[in-house]
Design a protein around this ligand. Sequence first.
Ligand SMILES: Cc1cc2nc3c(=O)[nH]c(=O)nc-3n(C[C@H](O)[C@H](O)[C@H](O)COP(=O)(O)OP(=O)(O)OC[C@H]3O[C@@H](n4cnc5c(N)ncnc54)[C@H](O)[C@@H]3O)c2cc1C
Length: 390
Amino acid sequence: MNILKSFENTEVAFKQKSNFQLRKAYLLFQFFAYTKLMRFANKVLLKAFKWHLPIDFLVRKTAFDHFCGGESIKDCQKAINNLHASKVGTILDYSVEGKEEDTYFDATTKEIIATIKEAATQRDKIPFSVFKVTGLAPFSLLEKVNSKQILNAEEEKEYIQVKRRIDAICQEAHKNHVKLLIDAEESWIQDAIDALTNEMMEKYNKEEAIVYNTLQMYRHDRLAYLQNDIAIAKEKNYKLAYKIVRGAYMEKERARALAHSYVSPIQIDKTHTDNDYNQALEICINQGIAICAGTHNEKSAAFLAEQILAKNIAPNDARFYVAQLLGMSDHISCNLASQGFCVAKYVPYGPVREVMPYLIRRAEENTSVAGQTSRELDLIQKEIKRRKNN
Ligand SMILES: Cc1cc2nc3c(=O)[nH]c(=O)nc-3n(C[C@H](O)[C@H](O)[C@H](O)COP(=O)(O)OP(=O)(O)OC[C@H]3O[C@@H](n4cnc5c(N)ncnc54)[C@H](O)[C@@H]3O)c2cc1C
């Protein structure tokens, strides 16, 4: 079976989309293609939200509808069922960001625990839960811990709280046998996140892989990091598990390294990132380490599937997942799922206004990632034509 070729099947890719939804998606991606207009619209939208102008309806009916499951877990049920109809799992992603108060961190902890409970009641539909450490901790505190600065008494207290929140979430996942992804973030807080995640893996991954760390393969040190983790986990006798991504903060990382005159943690070019990405997948498959390959790259997704087949592993072996974001790359998700591979999608949710930073990132990503928008447009157009001719 030619996996890459199978991604061309738009009938399978868009089976759950009505003609109306397809046309709407086409208009949305066409809008993204006008880079300058899109950037201007993002600025206007942010201002409009700041001034409390009633534009929620407009956002809800456009980008929010396309990229998000709804405002609450309950709201996401339609998206969950739709994905399940295409044999694609859901990863409920509470996408409220950028708040820094304790009450918010506690509320987020509660919400993540609610997604774990929901996953436990819909095991066939929701294979993972996910969270970001910056949703539970002040960024500046993580930065201080990361750079090994001495914390004052107040900060010590705050960090104990952060650890309590993370432990409560991981404990709930362990109790319910729900796999839990911990997102990777900027390199200047990532050592702190890695340390917290490794502690949780050691505590909760004794019998099965519950807690997943994330490896960003745009970093040139991540293969060595992976090999080191493998040695430690062997010695301490716990199971490793990873989400493997390329990494979302490249421009920011390079700019900061330049501004502070240190060597950038980012690979010298895309080819190095791509090579390390596939190598990380191969190492994990060979060692039986559970993974979730978070990627919209057709070649990497096909590479993972081919490796699984080449090693006579059952495609539905739940140790090996591939994941995309809702509203993107359905041709990869649905076609792999239809061939029996384990596939899931992040389904972001939260109040429209709170999810705006996430939506703006999606819009910008679809503008800046070379070929991403035109690929989505081509696929949607192909399916619209196919339906017309049938
Ligand atoms: C389910 C899912 C979960 C994710 N979770 C995280 C997460 O926890 N943390 C996170 O940081 N990101 C996360 N991402 C985003 C991810 O890291 C990528 O930014 C995004 O998926 C684009 O990469 P790609 O593999 O899809 O494909 P591609 O489009 O093939 O790759 C683009 C990526 O390649 C890298 N790249 C591009 N140009 C260069 C260059 N010149 N030199 C070196 N590298 C280059 C960059 O990482 C860029 O984002 C997630 C993505 C998905 C789908």
